[in-house]
Ligand binder design. Structure first.
Ligand code: AMP
Length: 575
């Protein structure tokens, strides 16, 4: 469709702002919503995800419909999170840049209320608010919704998911003079339906295809890895993608923090974004990311809500989310505003069925990719360096100042040798790491022709034995079930009465220790340790000869344990 913004009957001062922002043509949701919202005082339900241009779809009609000579709050936009709240207000300010008398305000929790109270006294015409903070301000008699004509529920499904149902009821019940209610939501569910039935008059429904404008430009890839090499696989992908500007999603706050710290130590410019950080720290990280100082942020789903950055090249699912809907939210962070992007998921072979589930439910097609080998990483980084070199523009002074010395060096060494030496200096650490790097694709080390890749193993002790009802095969199953470690990596299993021994690849040791932290077996804490490194374990005679109680596997344990958050796949770990 070739609709233009000019055809919408928008005021010149709004069209001027849109032009300045470089919007060439309306997005599908804008094409449907803007004419409808401009013409009538009707209620609508718009199914559109983040990245579809939904803010302008309701923001432009809001701006056109308000009377900016009147000093009262006339439009209220409810947002699930402070990040989205701030972004929406900023976005609307941009669209209304040439409207005189425009006064907008964002109010949200996690920031001092006093400043917001002062700002409310200036009677913002458009108020963007998170439900909780707005209710606080209403209860204090500071916010006044009596002149509000338009109420927008933005990301209504998210607000309901976050437990704002009663708050939304209260707010809608308090804005009795509104003439229209516009509900924007990525999905339709019974809760959204209930809100629309209760508070909207014969709403018209509009929707853009579930695969929004951005999604068709997303390349969904997955890599099948061994559970204990998940982090190594992530490093490999990042080293292979020097131009990345991306978000890594983790299931837990702990993982987000841990991974960002570890990658930062490898020299990646990276920040974490999770619920344990206060608002100031989160804003700092977002600013650095937006300015390009951070190439990557590692985030939990909750903290990443409302991240509105257009140029994201990659979204990486360190682990798949439980809910396919969440996958769609995550992947929608890339391929925005007509650009293309890649969404990568790291899965173990036992998690592949979840890829199929996402494929079915979100009608997307994934394709399997292989992790690059070491030489591919080195080649890629060299080529990247060459293209940076080609684009470099040294100053004339620098060229002049260095010319003589370079000519002298070229008299001593062939030019190609000089360049090789320079490259060596630049890349020797990477080359050392990747010269003989392991193949990290699952199944590779187990295949007979690649036995040589198996490498060294370590003998481990575990305080479980035949008294717990275990035999070798059952123990292997238990370890694999609890940690997702590939069964084929467990060898030389010896089960005794009170303890057992088995071998795993050396690099799986710390993974297993983490994975079993806090895990209990029939009420008893499971201990896994390096048999050779712990005195008294050699030969399998250990100090852990405590009498075990038989029967039954249990993953119950301390909730704060690493493995509990990471491996309780049926539960939704607290973010
Ligand atoms: P939203 O879905 O509202 O979060 O918008 C996603 C991004 O697309 C925002 O950064 C907008 O500024 C941008 N955008 C919105 N409408 C258009 C348009 N018609 N053309 C190009 N970019 C747009």
């Amino acid at each position: 469709m070739d609709t233009t913004f000019q055809e919408f009957d928008l005021q010149d001062n709004i069209l001027k702002a849109i032009k300045e922002l470089g919007f060439e043509k309306p997005s599908p949701i804008q094409q449907q919503a803007i004419p409808m919202l401009l013409q009538e005082d009707s209620d609508i339900i718009a199914l559109a995800q983040t990245g579809t241009g939904k803010t302008a779809a309701f923001g432009l009609p809001v701006l056109q419909k308000l009377d900016f000579s009147q000093s009262a709050t006339q439009a209220l936009i409810l947002s699930p999170t402070r990040e989205l709240c701030i972004q929406t207000q900023e976005e609307i300010e941009k669209y209304g840049k040439f409207i005189s008398g425009l006064n907008t305000l964002a109010v949200y929790g996690g920031a001092p209320i006093s400043g917001q109270i002062r700002a409310l006294k200036t009677h913002p015409k458009i108020l963007v608010a998170t439900p909780g903070r707005l209710i606080d301000l209403l209860n204090r008699g500071i916010a006044d919704l009596s002149n509000v004509r338009i109420v927008v529920l933005d990301e209504a499904d998210e607000m309901l998911n976050m437990g704002f149902r009663d708050d939304i009821d209260f707010i809608l019940g308090n804005s009795v003079n509104r003439t229209c209610t516009w509900l924007f939501s990525a999905t339709m569910n019974p809760d959204v339906r209930r809100i629309s039935k209760r508070y909207m008059k014969a709403p018209k429904e509009i929707a853009v295809a579930r695969e929004n404008a951005g999604n068709e430009h997303i390349d969904h890839q997955y890599y099948v890895i061994n559970a204990h090499q998940r982090y190594d696989a992530l490093c490999r992908l990042i080293d292979f993608t020097p131009d990345i500007y991306g978000i890594i999603f983790t299931r837990t706050k702990l993982d987000a923090q841990d991974i960002s710290e570890k990658l930062a130590r490898r020299g990646v410019s990276i920040g974490a974004l999770h619920g344990d950080m206060d608002q100031k720290a989160r804003t700092r990280v977002m600013d650095k990311f937006k300015k390009g100082y951070f190439q990557i942020i590692v985030a939990t789903d909750v903290a990443a809500r409302g991240i509105d950055v257009n140029d994201i090249t990659h979204v990486i699912n360190y682990e798949l989310p439980d809910d396919p809907e969440v996958y769609t939210h995550r992947s929608g962070r890339t391929a925005r505003a007509g650009k293309s992007g890649i969404c990568i998921s790291l899965v173990t072979s036992r998690e592949i069925h979840r890829i199929r589930m996402v494929e079915r439910l979100s009608k997307t097609k994934f394709h399997k990719s292989d992790l690059p080998d070491g030489s591919a990483v080195i080649r890629k980084r060299l080529n990247h360096f060459f293209s940076e070199m080609a684009a470099a523009a040294p100053s004339d002074t620098f060229l002049e100042n260095t010319q003589r010395a370079i000519l002298e060096k070229m008299a001593e060494n062939a030019p190609e040798l000089l360049i090789q030496k320079m490259l060596w200096l630049q890349f020797k650490d990477l080359i050392k790491e990747y010269d003989k790097a392991k193949d990290l694709n699952a199944g590779y080390q187990q295949s007979p022709e690649n036995r040589h890749e198996r490498g060294r193993t370590v003998r481990l002790f575990v305080n479980l034995g035949s008294k717990d009802g275990l035999h070798a095969e059952k123990l292997v199953h238990y370890i694999a079930d609890t940690t997702d470690l590939d069964k084929k990596l467990i060898s030389r299993v010896t089960v005794r009465e009170l303890s057992s021994f088995f071998n795993v690849p050396t690099e799986a040791l710390s993974f297993l220790e983490h994975a079993f932290a806090g895990v209990k077996y029939n009420g008893r804490r499971v201990r896994i340790e390096d048999a050779d490194a712990t005195p008294g374990f050699k030969g399998g005679k250990g100090k852990f000869a405590d009498a075990p109680n038989g029967g039954g596997f249990s993953r119950k344990g301390s909730r704060e344990g690493y493995s509990q958050q990471k491996f309780s796949r049926n539960k939704n770990p607290k973010k």
